[in-house]
Design a protein around this ligand. Structure first.
Ligand SMILES: *Cc1c(COP(=O)(O)O)cnc(C)c1O
Length: 399
């Protein structure tokens, strides 16, 4: 495939493994083992059986009739929102926990920003009886209380990080420090297609079950295995990578990535990491990220906590720069509006992240006979407060 990672872990010029010397051995151990382990028959069997019986896969591909009528085309929703724990993140944590067990790692660490990846990690650790430590910025702990409670109920230890801006990137630094100090018994579960090689590739493979199912489901529904277009939101890019994966080499499929435009992409308050980004190293890989002239990473902003990340995975940087994917953005307001529209037209309340992908429907000229899949990455229960605040503001006549 044209878009596979090379032997050194690069997608074109992006990716690689830019980590402290002390981490090289851990990364190498993972790199040397993971491909062999995940292609074993016994691994595949256990992975797919958990995806089916625990996660609830395959997730349906739903023909959204009223939404289709509104945009005068054919729109399907890939229902990752129906997965156990409410989003696509569990596909990856199931894969990585099975890998950790086979590598005899019985202590799991992860970092989390909004808490969604922390919950998905705590969930699989409980399932497998492994000890779980989640690093989380102090500021995020305050902002994301319900997810902190979930992680604790699932038996995870949540460690508050009080350095730096007390958010995701500081939590990441702490997790890396922990891994350096505990190389033998610990596996570090990264939650998106970011981080040093082989994480971007590994997480992409675990999420690729999304497009694998789509192929079969489209064949059943429209008599061919590919759509004309796939739309997905991008934080780090894992749900998008999974939804695109089996179509990367099929140029008949247009791939649309939607970034968080926040209060407007030139407002200084957004997370439009590729649109505003330039080449730099974040989280151990070379990619596109938002930085100032001195190379300081800029603080991202989005109403949606899952998209609030200053970079994108290196696969996406490559896809964007080679023109394979097209990037759009949606502002907070556009996402909120799209969230309400889906609720009203289809009876589905999307996660605010997924609502960004839906907002892009307003920005595309559809043809009637086309088939478009929107990857509905998660459900909106966690976002009810933001939705209600918006509704009340509207009622009061304010913008
Ligand atoms: C975390 C999250 C995202 C963003 O992460 P990606 O790695 O870009 O997929 C999107 N949607 C939901 C529901 C999430 O929880």
């Amino acid at each position: 495939m044209k878009y596979e990672v090379d032997l050194l872990g690069f997608y074109g010029k992006y990716g690689g493994s830019f980590v402290p010397e002390l981490l090289h051995a851990n990364i190498k151990e993972l790199e040397n083992n993971y491909k062999k382990i995940i292609s074993e028959v016994a691994f595949q069997k256990e992975y797919y059986s958990l995806l089916q019986d625990y996660v609830g896969r395959p997730s349906p591909l739903f023909y959204a009739k009223r939404l289709s009528e509104r945009y005068k085309t054919n729109i399907y929703l890939k229902r990752e929102d129906l997965n156990h724990t409410g989003a696509h993140k569990i596909n990856n944590t199931i894969g990585q926990i099975l890998l950790a067990k086979r590598m005899k790692k019985n202590r799991i660490i992860a970092e989390t920003g909004a808490g969604q990846h922390g919950v998905a990690t705590a969930t699989v650790c409980a399932l497998m009886g492994l000890s779980c430590i989640i690093y989380m910025g102090e500021k995020d702990i305050k902002r994301q209380a319900p997810n902190v409670a979930r992680m604790k109920m699932l038996g995870a230890q949540v460690r508050a990080v009080s350095s730096g801006s007390k958010t995701l990137k500081d939590a990441t630094n702490e997790a890396i420090r922990d891994w350096i100090n505990n190389p033998i018994d610990t596996h570090y579960i990264i939650g998106s297609v970011v981080g040093p090689h082989p994480y971007p590739e590994m997480v992409t493979l675990f999420q690729s079950v999304i497009s694998e199912e789509m192929k079969k489901q489209l064949m059943d529904k429209i008599g061919r295995s590919y759509p004309d277009r796939i739309i997905a939101c991008i934080g780090g890019g894992s749900n998008a990578a999974g939804a695109y994966y089996h179509y990367l080499d099929n140029n008949k499929v247009e791939l649309v990535s939607v970034e968080a435009g926040g209060l407007g992409i030139h407002s200084g308050k957004s997370a439009a990491s590729s649109i505003l980004g330039s080449d730099g190293v974040i989280h151990g890989s070379l990619t596109l990220l938002m930085q100032d002239q001195d190379g300081q990473i800029e603080e991202p902003y989005s109403i949606s906590a899952g998209l609030d990340y200053p970079g994108i995975g290196p696969l996406h940087a490559h896809l964007i720069r080679t023109g394979r994917t097209k990037v759009l953005y949606a502002t907070d307001l556009e996402a909120l509006t799209a969230g309400f529209l889906l609720a009203e037209l289809e009876g589905i309340i999307p996660a605010l992240e997924s609502a960004h992908a839906l907002a892009a429907l307003e920005k595309i000229n559809f043809r009637k006979q086309e088939h478009t899949v929107v990857n509905l990455s998660g459900r909106g229960d966690k976002d009810m407060q933001a939705y209600m605040e918006y509704k009340n503001r509207k009622k009061d006549g304010k913008k």
